[in-house]
Design a protein around this ligand. Structure first.
Ligand SMILES: Cc1ncc(COP(=O)(O)O)c(C=O)c1O
Length: 393
């Protein structure tokens, strides 16, 4: 089928939730996607922070195939060695104590909400706090935390007792957090919101208020985690005193996998049957995730830091040449944003014409989430195409 036929077919068959690019991908290799019309596209989006080892990663594919040959699903009625090995790696890399597996980011957020509810049941601590610009998922609990209007507006009523405070406003923390606060959900480096980092004094105040009121802090690391920013979790670099880590996207390297990890404080909250998931921690996804963790241990986090430095410095020099077009370049490791002074879609389109895939979030932020295996040559290639586009638009 050609693109026009695919488009017509989808319009007939699907709920209209996705706006597709008008190209057809036939395969991927390394940091590149190949189209049915013979184009080779440099992927700076990585399946929205999912394909951390790029495409066609041999070790990952072999691990998946080998698990498929054993069994693809046996249900959570059974012990599963791949799940256990993956949990061990997550514990080692995060320093946290217990893990629960699910299939996606929004499910991981739901698990964290349920954990918080049970932890404080009957205590009067009922308020959940999140921040402007945040994105925590699209199911009703997670969506209640997601502050960005465009995702939530049409789906009221959502959960009661949720407050959205201004991100980075110490004054709002002081005014709105109290002994009714059960939990604070935070992306220390916001993704959908436009690659916005939390400020040091904001995190310090949050930690201080946690000591005072005893709420739980849940760090949403779905986009920023799994080594992307140069450490396993971004929140550690911010000094956040988190009790729960919420993970998904890159954790399975491309297969559906989500997880929460909890510290000693929350490790025994759930008992048998109180939470679960038929597919959560699926052995094939866990085998893939295990390869991601092994590769992280082989130095990928360090290279994310150095590649991130290279990329951000090059982008900052483009900004210096075109300060009227680029407002700010920001981010950490391989999670970077270029805030433009005008809307980003023309830049996305012009880059796509040059076989480079990027995404624009929050109207004017070009978001870069490349695979961790990106090379210096690919960074150079991206930066030269980006500069070319900025110079002409
Ligand atoms: C920070 C953050 N939280 C939660 C989610 C939701 O994850 P999922 O789409 O896997 O449900 C996303 C997805 O973009 C995200 O970036």
């Amino acid at each position: 089928m050609n693109i026009t036929d695919l488009k017509t077919q989808e319009e007939n068959d699907f709920f209209h939730t996705y706006k597709r690019l008008q190209i057809e991908i036939v395969r991927g290799e390394g940091c590149y996607l190949y189209t049915s019309s013979g184009d080779k596209i440099l992927d700076m989006f990585g399946g929205l922070a999912v394909n951390v080892l790029g495409y066609g990663h041999k070790k990952m594919n072999d691990a998946i195939k080998s698990q498929v040959d054993k069994y693809i699903h046996i249900s959570n009625l059974f012990y599963q060695d791949k799940q256990i090995s993956l949990a061990e790696k997550i514990k080692q890399l995060s320093g946290f104590d217990k893990v629960f597996f699910c299939n996606s980011g929004t499910e991981a957020t739901e698990a964290a909400i349920k954990l918080v509810r049970k932890y404080f049941i009957g205590t009067g601590k009922i308020t959940l706090v999140s921040f402007s610009g945040s994105f925590h998922g699209r199911t009703m609990g997670a969506l209640s935390l997601t502050a960005r209007k465009k995702y939530r507006e049409q789906f009221q009523p959502l959960l009661p007792d949720v407050k959205h405070l201004e991100f980075n406003s110490v004054a709002e923390l002081e005014a709105e957090i109290n002994d009714k606060t059960a939990a604070v959900f935070i992306e220390c480096l916001q993704g959908e919101g436009g690659i916005n980092p939390a400020q040091a004094e904001f995190i310090t105040k949050l930690n201080e208020l946690k000591s005072k009121y005893g709420f739980i802090i849940a760090a949403d690391e779905i986009q920023s985690g799994v080594g992307r920013t140069g450490t396993f979790t971004a929140f550690k670099q911010f000094g956040l005193d988190a009790d729960i880590i919420i993970m998904a996207k890159g954790i399975g390297g491309g297969l559906p996998l989500g997880a929460i990890a909890g510290n000693k404080r929350v490790e025994n909250v759930f008992t048998f049957g109180e939470h679960g998931s038929t597919f959560g921690g699926n052995p094939v996804a866990a085998s893939s995730g295990l390869v991601v963790m092994e590769e992280l241990e082989q130095g990928l986090m360090q290279s994310n830091r150095s590649n991130g430095d290279l990329l951000i410095n090059k982008l900052k020099s483009v900004q210096q040449k075109y300060p009227d077009k680029i407002k700010e370049v920001r981010g950490m490791g391989l999670m970077l944003g270029v805030e433009l002074t005008s809307t980003g879609q023309p830049v996305v389109d012009a880059l796509m014409k040059r076989n480079v895939l990027v995404n624009c979030t929050n109207e004017n932020v070009i978001r870069l989430l490349p695979p961790y295996i990106i090379t210096n040559e690919e960074i150079d290639l991206f930066c030269s195409k980006f500069e070319e586009v900025i110079s002409i638009l």
